[in-house]
Each structure stands twice: as structure tokens, then as C-alpha cells.
Design a binder for this molecule. Structure first.
Ligand code: NAI
Length: 305
């Protein structure tokens, strides 16, 4: 029998929104690899209303019946006290937190033309603020042990856009931007922070996926999440599209562009627009500093001078 290479048996993981869909799948998969899991879920409907369904407890039962270790948390990720309580549950039960999978999410779809402030606030609160608050609560424990793995859930809507999801797309793009900064700030403490943009058939997407739906089992997303949650993953600040059995890194970069030393007019931009837009060569800065030193070097300026 092949011995699995990824072993999480000494690891404590928090998965938010793990009472169903993708989060449940991640929690089960983490437990299968030996992790102790906090199954967090507020138990809301897809639009974030009607809290209190026993979603987290059901998944905890599934894990414990299979011989794993899990506890339920019913706090909201978007509430600062709730976020702290989610992480505290892990620390109180098992003394540490090694892994955070930020997955909780809601939908309040509307075109920008029809978007209400309530629907904007609610979606930003769960996806963006929730991801930041739970990460911030876990960070001190990871820094202390100089080890941690964050996997945050972005979306194609945030990275590529989606009609009718201005609030959700903005929140999910924010998650991706946040992860890159956390990757930089956590690097010297052995902390890695990566992002997935999943595609899976869940209650959130049941009416959206058309003929692809039957191919998009959430269980096809979790293996990448488990890899990114493990010691095997040394990458950080990256994003992956994952679903239907395809696993691929998403690049954030720019082309060679057009370099000019002297006065430029808007008409010059128009004359060179094809060169400015070309991305046949892709540069991928690892940070803003990397981008600044890269530009300095293109301009022939000593960045230290
Ligand atoms: P889901 O609706 O089955 O799961 C989301 C879970 O989050 C629910 O169980 C819900 O009760 C929980 N939740 C909502 N607000 C919460 C809060 N404030 N605190 C704690 N828990 C809360 O949907 P699904 O599809 O499993 O979504 C999981 C994540 O994946 C979400 O962030 C979603 O935006 C993202 N995603 C899903 C895609 C898909 O194809 N299913 C596509 C792209 C992103």
C-alpha cells in the first residue's frame, strides 16, 4: 500500500463555512489526513440570512463517526469577536492553529445598477472582512510557532469578472490582494498564504453551472486545498483555478510594455497601444518592492543609489 505523503496528524485546522458545500469537503479531507478540525459555520441561507441551521454539527458528526477529531463553531467570520472565538476554539481544544481555510461565503447578486448598500455591505463583510478577521485572529499563534498555512477562497468572479456580481467580485478580488500581502508579512515566520478560485456544484451554484454541473464535485477541489495546507507547500502569494479535475496557477503579471524616456503624449500612447497591451512575455512581480526595483532597472537607475 502506498503511504500518503501528506500527513496532517499533528496539525490543527480551522475551516470557515464548513457546514456544507466546499467547506465540508475540505474539512472531511483535512480530517482524512489526520488534522484536528474546527468546523465553523453560521448555518445561514445562501444570502446570509436565517442563521442557526445545525450545519457545522452535522459535519462534526460525520468526521467523528469516521474516527476523526472535530469540533463545531457557530460564530460569524464577519464579527470581530466571532472571528476570535473561531480561532480560540481551536486553541482551547488542541493548543494551536496551523491551518486556516477561509471559505465562508454568501451571495447577494445584483448588477451595479440595482445594487443596494445592504447587499454591498453584507457581501464585503463575509468574504473580505471575514477572511481578514479570521486570519488576523490566527496569525499570532502561527507567528509564535513559526509555521502556518492559509488558503483563502477567491473566485473567477473576482479575478476575471462576472456579470451581476459587482459586490461579490470586488470582495473576492480583495481576498486575492489581501493574501499577497499576508504572504509577504508571514514569510519570515514560516507562514504561507495562497488563494483558490474554485468551481464546484454546491447550493451556491446549483442554478449556474449548466451542463458542467455533474463534473464539478467539490471533492475535486479539496486535494489542492490539502496540498496548500501542508508542509509540502512552500509556495506563497499564489492563486489557483480549481474545479472539474483541472488544477492550474493563475498568473498576475504584465508584459514588456513600451519604454520611453522623454515626453509622452496621449497620441503616443495610442500609437503604441498594441505594444503596451501585448503580454507575450509575462513578468510576475512578487511584491510592490519587486515591481519598483524592476522598473528602476528597466530605466537604468540603481535602486539602492
Ligand atoms: P455554500 O453556500 O455551500 O457554503 C458557504 C457556507 O458559508 C455556508 O454553509 C454558510 O452557512 C457559511 N457562512 C456564510 N456566512 C457565514 C459567516 N458569516 N460565518 C460563518 N459561516 C458562514 O457555498 P460553496 O459553494 O461551498 O462556497 C464556499 C466558498 O467558495 C464561498 O466563499 C464561495 O464564494 C466560494 N466559491 C464557490 C464557487 C463554487 O463554484 N461553488 C465558485 C467560486 C467561489
Amino acid at each position: 500500500m502506498l503511504v500518503p505523503q501528506i500527513d496532517l496528524s499533528d496539525h490543527v485546522a480551522v475551516v470557515t463555512g464548513a457546514g456544507g458545500g466546499l467547506g465540508r469537503s475540505h474539512a472531511l479531507a483535512l480530517s482524512e489526513r489526520g488534522a484536528h478540525v474546527v468546523v465553523n459555520d453560521l448555518g445561514v441561507a445562501s444570502d446570509g440570512t436565517d442563521a442557526g441551521r445545525p450545519a457545522a454539527d452535522t459535519v462534526v458528526e460525520e468526521i467523528t463517526e469516521a474516527g476523526g477529531h472535530a469540533i463545531a463553531s457557530h460564530d460569524s467570520v464577519s464579527d470581530p469577536d466571532g472571528a476570535r472565538a473561531i480561532v480560540a476554539a481551536a486553541v482551547e481544544a488542541w493548543g494551536q492553529v496551523d491551518v486556516v481555510v477561509n471559505n465562508a461565503g454568501i451571495l447577494r447578486d445584483a448588477t451595479l445598477h440595482k445594487l443596494t448598500l445592504d447587499d454591498l455591505d453584507a457581501v464585503l463583510a463575509v468574504h473580505l472582512k471575514g477572511t481578514i478577521l479570521v486570519s488576523q485572529a490566527a496569525l499570532p499563534y502561527m507567528r509564535e510557532r513559526t509555521y502556518g498555512r492559509f488558503v483563502h477562497t477567491s473566485s473567477a468572479a473576482g479575478l476575471f469578472g462576472n456579470f451581476g456580481q459587482s459586490n461579490y467580485g470586488a470582495a473576492k478580488a480583495g481576498v486575492a490582494g489581501f493574501s499577497r500581502t499576508l504572504a509577504l508579512e508571514g514569510a519570515k515566520y514560516g507562514i504561507r498564504s495562497n488563494v483558490i478560485a474554485p468551481m464546484a456544484q454546491t447550493r451556491m451554484t446549483e442554478d449556474l453551472l449548466g451542463p458542467l454541473a455533474g463534473r464539478l464535485d467539490p471533492a475535486l477541489v479539496s486535494p489542492l486545498v490539502i496540498y496548500l495546507c501542508s508542509e509540502a507547500c512552500e509556495f506563497t502569494g499564489e492563486a489557483y483555478t480549481v474545479g472539474g479535475g483541472r488544477y492550474a496557477r493563475i498568473a498576475t503579471g504584465f508584459g514588456n510594455g513600451w519604454l520611453v524616456a522623454d515626453h509622452v503624449t496621449p497620441d503616443d500612447i495610442g500609437d503604441h497601444i498594441d505594444q503596451i497591451r501585448a503580454i507575450d512575455t509575462l513578468h510576475e512581480p512578487q511584491s510592490t518592492m519587486d515591481e519598483i526595483t524592476g522598473l528602476a532597472s528597466r530605466l537604468g537607475i540603481d535602486p539602492d543609489g
